[in-house]
Design a protein around this ligand. Sequence first.
Ligand code: SAH
Length: 402
Amino acid sequence: MALTNQNTALMKEITLKKGKEESILRHHPWVFSGAIAHLPSGLEEGDLTVVKGADGRVLGIGHYQIGSIAVRILEFNTDRLPDDFFHRRLDAAFRLRRTLGLIRPDNDCFRLVHGEGDFLPGLVIDIYGDTAVIQAHSPGMHFERRRIADALIAIPDARIRNVYYKSETTLPYKANLDPENEYLVGGYDGNIATENGLQFNIDWLRGQKTGFFVDQRENRALLEKFAKGRKVLNMFCYTGGFSVYAMRGGAESVVSVDSSAKAAALTDANIELNFPGDPRHRTCAVDAFKFLNDMPDKEYDLIILDPPAFAKHRSALKNGLIGYRKLNTKAFEKIKSGGVLFTFSCSQVVTREAFRLAVFSAAAKSGRKVRILHQLTQPADHPIDISHPEGEYLKGLVLYVE
Ligand code: SAH
């Protein structure tokens, strides 16, 4: 349903069970299917719907979808959205990134919209130079993609010229939307973005997620400060982000490891772009656990472990934590004394505390003496709405190993 021509008289309404309105009154944007007393007939996935309490009070308006999260609220305490809803939200998101100092000649790569954290549940937008890459996670955002693209182009001073839509893998496949990855505006006109003065080839066409992990920007910058004179091992390197920063930080040598040959090639290309012909770097396309098992002891004194989410769902939590413990144990066993370990988890279901416990028990198992130097998280362009604590996902520790 389009935002314009909203006819409130025709707007389908969902009524909640008694007592189920509390989280929405606290501005948590998800309505779970179990909270719904009445679903109107004819309500289709992606439709805008008004949510009412059992007493008939209007709680908000949002996108409906089939599944455990039935509605993602876009605006509270109202039964309609303004026609310029996306313009307003995207302008506000852009103003925040400007306040954060992310829009500079030496930095044109940042997350513009982080779902619930920017009051746009179901929507992620990353900016790479003059290209915006949109990922829809809800059918509602899928149907609004052209309106979102128009609003992106119209953001004053953002100078976005191309909008690529990439939701083939992020939308619920049962919704049968058959989304095509495509340019909604413009087309390919180069793919080099600048992050803190370093250049990166961003492959939004074939790469993972929107093509780059913008969320590690500040953690990479911190790593740079530790790199001087060290032998660096960057596990799960993907595009080689940490490796490029380590090179600029004056590392003696850098080895980047990823099981994907495509990722290894991306890393090589990014090293070459910033440090052409520099012999300090090499890439290995091999499984991380095999590499850690086979490598000699005390070879590296700065190790990065930034694996994919080991626990994507609550059901995988136990095995995920075992995975983190095993991985970190290997790194503790092999790192040189006086070494520094940057270790991360991007699994949303793994709490900060659970991750710390997994890492601390790995340290205990290895028998190494370990101190915490820094506790890391996601950067400010991935904000967490305090009404939606589920928005927190990235956790990291910088550890000094005697
Ligand atoms: N550190 C990266 C992001 C890592 S994404 C950055 O800063 O951008 C996770 C990466 O782990 C992916 O590139 C994936 O190919 C790789 N990967 C997944 N399983 C792996 C394994 N068993 N061994 C090595 N790499 C693996």
